[in-house]
Design a protein around this ligand. Structure first.
Ligand code: SF4
Length: 79
């Protein structure tokens, strides 16, 4: 599976971060919504309560990222 990452400027970290659309969107054959965007760099440097790029609580982005990683692990056989 190829995941197409895009760079976006995060004012919370003052740098560009990699962002993807959740792969489930393509699998479902539907258009992405704002809820389908995932920052691949959550937790590296973000420390605030709000993710300024996606305008969601930091916990929400953490959950999206954790879910993505968990599904990737399951695809790889639960490593
Ligand atoms: S999740 Fe963190 S690193 Fe990613 S855009 Fe939001 S604040 Fe920046």
């Amino acid at each position: 599976m190829v995941i197409d990452a895009h760079l976006a400027y995060c004012s919370g970290c003052d740098r560009k971060v990699r962002v993807i659309v959740d792969p489930r969107v393509a699998a479902a054959g539907r258009e992405p919504t704002a809820e389908d965007l995932v920052c691949l760099e959550h937790g590296d440097t973000c420390t605030g309560e709000l993710c300024p790029l996606f305008d969601v609580p930091s916990e929400e982005m953490k959950n999206r990222y954790s879910d993505l990683i968990e599904r990737a692990r399951e695809r790889m056989g639960g490593v």
